[in-house]
Ligand binder design. Sequence first.
Ligand code: PEP
Length: 255
Amino acid sequence: MRKKIVAANWKMNLTLSEGSFLVNEILAAAPAVTASRQVVIATPFVHLTQTAAQLEGIGHIHVGAQNCSSEKAGAYTGEVSAAMLNDAGVQYVIIGHSERRGYFNEDSAMLAKKANQGLENGLQVIFCCGEPLEIRDAGTQNDYVGQQIKEGIFHLTAEQLKNVVIAYEPIWAIGTGRTATSAQAQEIHAYIRNVIAAQYGNDAAAGISILYGGSCNPTNAAELFACPDVDGGLIGGASLKADQFLAIISAMINS
Ligand code: PEP
């Protein structure tokens, strides 16, 4: 059975004390998670060791980073390597978020290298894909997203793919309050699973977790997570409020 996951993406929010407080609020009330129902909290880099210490010994609530360098080590001022993340106690790294692709010009070639770095350094990679509004309006979202996946992760071996989670995040739904309908999410998640099946076979496709992201909240989470090909969510705004994030975790556990 493939994993269901709810992953918080704090983006560039929260001071260290605010982050510590939020993690404690989540830990105080989190429903029981298991190997097949996991939680990830992806914090800014400076929070990682603090969050890792808070989550130490708490099974299946993991700390994640929001990015890593495409390079192994060296003269890359301002960058953080995947090896450093691993050493800091990080288990997951988000690669290819649309904000990184858009604001920081991260292209598929760079993302493929970042995925390599994450996997070679023992991290689970959450690989993001998703189309802008004009592509959705033109009805070509499947081709667009399929291409992102081919360019970003098809160089990986089937063994490496076992440590990859895909997050489908339509850009028009991120932070906008406009969510994909469950029918739209299910349709493209099923398509993504077919893309994986065509390259890696049915077992790999059945085993890979595909998360939905884009204005997911306590009101719509249960319906989205009930879709057969939606295996949880990547949560931005609603992950910054303990009560909202906890409600989304409960929706995942009960799905
Ligand atoms: C995200 O940025 O990954 C995201 C899903 O944000 P939001 O939930 O705020 O739309």
